[in-house]
Design a protein around this ligand. Structure first.
Ligand SMILES: NC(=O)c1ccc[n+]([C@@H]2O[C@H](COP(=O)([O-])OP(=O)(O)OC[C@H]3O[C@@H](n4cnc5c(N)ncnc54)[C@H](O)[C@@H]3O)[C@@H](O)[C@H]2O)c1
Ligand SMILES: N[C@H](C(=O)O)[C@H](O)COP(=O)(O)O
Length: 328
């Protein structure tokens, strides 16, 4: 197994992303970590936090070497405006997006074996004039991938989403047989390939209260979800559901579930984040590159204070290293 080189984007510069990247740079890692950011900005933040770190330009031509605690190699993407912690500036939005582009291109070219993203402030990127609904959607587009799946994991609780960053009103019509079939295929295949689960047991939530109550509280279960599950069961998949979402996370069903598929963002993620906020990981399935992220946002009020916890970033880097070895 060769040592991986992992790109880390620091996300919104006025948020906690830079702080947690500086924190993990103090640790030992069985990988080379390369931050994609502005080095002088990172030096300023490190000074503010009192973190002693040597920040130097990364050299892509040097052989990959294990991370040395107290150092941070940086692939430079200069910021356009000075940064005040807690006060995002849309002037820097294009730079933030360029860091993502740099990371994904490096993954596609083989320069990096995976990428980990610290949180961005989606609204600020849009305020900067760049339509952006999330890393997941951005990376699907950047890699020309028709369908990807967002999965968050906290230990053995895994929650995937059929739809991601959509207004609630747009969810029912987005859940088509084609989308659902494709999402379940990707989830099933990546649970096998990436998580080593030979016969994944997937519990699929209904969309409506009580999974539609036999059609009296909505018909999406009858018209879309049940036919798709029936068809995929014929291919040999173990699919439980559609289950009423309110009771699907009880201990009995959890014990029989390797991953849940929620129909929309705030159906599945509150449960996952209640169970493991701050130490869970977000992984994009179906991408041609390895990409993970933290389970939290920019936490603007904590930026520059030293109170941001790096645990979720640690989980994300650990999973990226593991997945990069599997795709070796
Ligand atoms: N991966 C990502 O890019 C990502 C993920 C989630 C949210 N976001 C974005 O972040 C922004 C803010 O979102 P939000 O306020 O809903 O959620 P948030 O996660 O930033 O904050 C929620 C609460 O958790 C605390 N918190 C978050 N991370 C923490 C950490 N590492 N250590 C200690 N406390 C922490 C915050 O202080 C706050 O009280 C939004 O623009 C959202 O879209 C980005
Ligand atoms: N849906 C994620 C969460 O709530 O944690 C978050 O918004 C990040 O999504 P992307 O990885 O697509 O940016």
């Amino acid at each position: 197994m060769s040592l991986p080189r992992i790109a880390i984007t620091v996300g919104e510069p006025a948020g906690i992303g830079p702080d947690i990247v500086l924190a993990i740079a103090q640790q030992h890692w069985p990988a080379e970590l390369v931050a994609i950011t502005d080095p002088s900005f990172m030096r300023d933040r490190a000074a503010q936090l009192g973190i002693p770190v040597s920040i130097a330009e990364y050299d892509a031509n040097r052989p990959i070497k294990e991370h040395s605690p107290g150092t941070l190699p940086v692939a430079t993407i200069p910021l356009s405006a000075p940064v005040q912690p807690g006060k995002p500036d849309p002037t820097n939005a294009a730079c933030v997006v360029t860091t993502l582009q740099r990371a994904v291109e490096g993954c596609q070219s083989g320069e990096f074996q995976g990428m980990v993203t610290a949180p961005v402030q989606k609204s600020v990127i849009n305020d900067g004039g760049i339509p952006f609904s999330g890393h997941t959607e951005f990376l699907a587009q950047a890699t020309n991938t028709e369908q990807v799946v967002m999965l968050l994991a906290s230990g053995n609780l895994r929650v995937a989403l059929a739809t991601t960053h959509l207004p609630l009103q747009a969810v029912p019509s987005a859940i088509t047989p084609t989308l659902l079939e494709s999402v379940i295929q990707i989830l099933h295949s990546d649970l096998q390939g990436k998580f080593g689960i030979t016969s994944p047991r997937i519990s699929v939530l209904g969309l409506n209260p009580h999974a539609g109550e036999g059609g009296h509280l909505g018909r999406e279960e009858i018209d879309v979800i049940i036919p798709v599950l029936d068809a995929l069961r014929k291919e040999g998949m173990y699919l439980n559901g559609p289950l009423p979402a309110d009771t699907a996370f009880n201990a009995e069903i959890r014990a029989e579930t390797d991953a849940y598929l929620a129909m929309y963002h705030d159906q599945g993620l509150p449960v996952l984040k209640f169970a493991g906020f701050g130490e869970a990981v977000n992984v994009t399935l179906g991408l041609p590159v390895v990409r993970t992220s933290v389970d939290h946002g920019t936490a603007l009020t904590l930026a520059g204070t030293g109170d941001a916890k790096p645990d979720s970033l640690q989980t994300a880097i650990t999973l990226t290293i593991q997945l990069s070895e599997e795709s070796d």
